[in-house]
Write a protein that binds this ligand. Structure first.
Ligand SMILES: [Zn+2]
Length: 495
């Protein structure tokens, strides 16, 4: 009754939105209608350094929501160049050929997001400041910028602005979010500002584990930073249609061709010598042990499950910077710094899932075959209902059009904040995780002694805050403590 089936295109964005809005069951249809009726207008002061780079991410992120999207081309000396406007329209079309980016003035009752430094011109305005971002609502003046905006600052600015648009168009319940009125945040210092101006970024002996929502955001930041050097990237999957809405790289055309995800990363980084491993982390370890690839000193973890994190730990690099999303609506972002001597990934995530797997529990509750559940990103279709019992059909029908991997939470198999491997992820959330990861990489390249090994966590529906950083110690009974000599021997062999 009242069920509206949603097309596959925006199902992941809508899943995050409906979870954040506290919707269950068939309310997703009315939420979609609400978002589709929303007008979002974007404008830019091109004189602000880094704003044009941020604009490309902002337009792409907003196109991943089914809103009516328009862009002010500016006028006079501030008119955007034809090349940039063409590129923005191509970006939007690559994500959704059916919803073009409208070029023109602000439509009535639109939510106005702006890149610039005058808080009075839009509902919310942002500007990159060095590697960080400044965000202001109307009535809150900007401080003067300390540094020219970097690619990292541009990415974070766009992701935070998209978060503010998301809060507005999804009509979240009071108490489930907080509007940003005035925020200055640098992901390198994890404070409001950075006394050091951004320097060119050069990476070596670095690996990226996972080229999904977070991994592609990491790659896009490195690209926008014009980073140079060498990078290993490992991922076993190919790019598929639902990924277009949650990843920071890749178009509907790439999805139609089922491009390996590692190839998207490689193509985005022409200034970096990328070694792409289209396989598992064990495949990567085998190639390191065979001396076909150099042992990485640092690994950026962009994985979505605990087992893969444990696999990544067995590379035993000097440093792991593990990013993740979680929380009730998949809007919480986290960074875990890990060492071979601890805290390691097993200290952070001690329990590989025991008992029946999540897939097994979805299978038992819905009758869906396990191979079908394994294709978790594919939306539930009428075909999937065929052959199910009346009871199973009744449970499944409200979730038609939604990705199968979200079923566990939607049908109440998992506690709201329980340890769930699968999380829906929106691009702007994954980009904030990636910003924390690259921020930590830059921070640790500046000094070898940052003191404690850190864990960072905040909910993007509330934004970064001063209490989000914790020091972490190894867990006394963990493998990294009880088998330290074995780990050191493996590291010596690979060095
Ligand atoms: Zn450990």
């Amino acid at each position: 009754m009242g069920t509206v089936s949603v097309s596959s295109d925006y199902s992941r964005s809508l899943l995050v939105a409906s979870a954040a809005a506290g919707d269950t069951g068939d309310a997703g249809g009315s939420l979609r209608a609400r978002i589709e009726a929303s007008r979002v207008h974007v404008s830019i002061d091109p004189a602000v350094p880094g704003s044009a780079t941020a604009l490309e991410v902002l337009v792409a992120d907003l196109r991943r929501l089914p809103v009516q999207l328009s862009l002010d081309p500016g006028h006079g000396a501030n008119r955007l160049g034809h090349d940039l406007v063409d590129r923005l329209q191509d970006l939007a079309t690559g994500i959704d050929p059916d919803r073009p980016l409208t070029i023109g003035g602000m439509p009535p009752s639109a939510f106005h997001a702006r890149l610039g430094l005058d808080h009075s011109e839009a509902d919310v305005t942002g500007a990159p400041d060095g590697h960080g971002a400044s965000i202001r609502r109307t009535g809150h003046a900007f401080r003067s910028l300390r540094h020219r905006g970097s690619g990292l600052g541009a990415m974070l600015t766009a992701a935070l602005l998209t978060g503010e648009v998301f809060k507005s168009v999804t009509g979240l319940k009071p108490g489930t979010y907080r509007q940003i009125t005035s925020l200055d945040f640098c992901p390198v210092t994890l404070t409001g500002s950075d006394s050091v101006a951004p320097a060119p970024v050069h990476v070596e002996r670095l690996a990226l584990a996972g080229a999904g929502a977070i991994g592609t955001a990491v790659a896009l930041i490195l690209s926008m930073l014009e980073a140079t050097g060498e990078l290993i990237v490992v991922d076993k999957e190919v790019f598929e249609p639902p990924n277009v809405m949650t990843y920071s790289l890749g178009t509907t055309h790439d999805a139609a061709r089922a491009v390996p995800k590692v190839d998207l990363v490689k193509a985005a980084l022409p200034l970096i010598d990328v070694s792409a491993v289209h396989g598992t982390i064990d495949d990567l370890i085998a190639r390191i042990d065979a001396r076909q690839l150099e042992m990485p000193a640092s690994v950026l973890g962009a994985l979505d499950n605990i087992a893969a994190r444990h696999d990544m730990q067995r590379i035993y690099p000097d440093l792991i910077l593990d990013g993740g999303t979680g929380g009730r609506a998949g809007t919480t972002v986290s960074l875990h710094e890990a060492r071979p001597t601890g805290p390691c990934m097993r200290c952070y995530f001690p329990n590989a899932p025991t008992g029946p797997s999540l897939e097994q529990r979805i299978h038992e509750a819905t009758g869906l075959p396990l191979p079908r559940i394994a294709r978790g990103d594919d939306p539930l279709t009428e075909d999937d209902l065929r052959g199910r019992s009346p009871d199973e059909r009744r449970r499944l029908r409200p979730h038609l059009g939604r990705p199968v991997c979200g079923l566990a939470r939607l049908i109440g198999l998992t506690a709201d904040d329980g340890p769930v491997d699968f999380r829906p992820s929106a691009a702007f959330v994954a980009q904030q995780v990636a910003s924390l990861m690259i921020g930590a990489l830059i921070a640790r390249s500046r000094t070898t002694n940052l003191g404690t090994t850190r864990q960072v966590e905040y909910d993007t529906l509330y934004g970064p805050h001063p209490d989000m950083v914790d020091g972490r110690r190894p867990h006394a009974g963990c493998y990294c403590q009880t088998s330290a000599s074995v780990i050191e021997a493996v590291r010596q062999q690979r060095a």
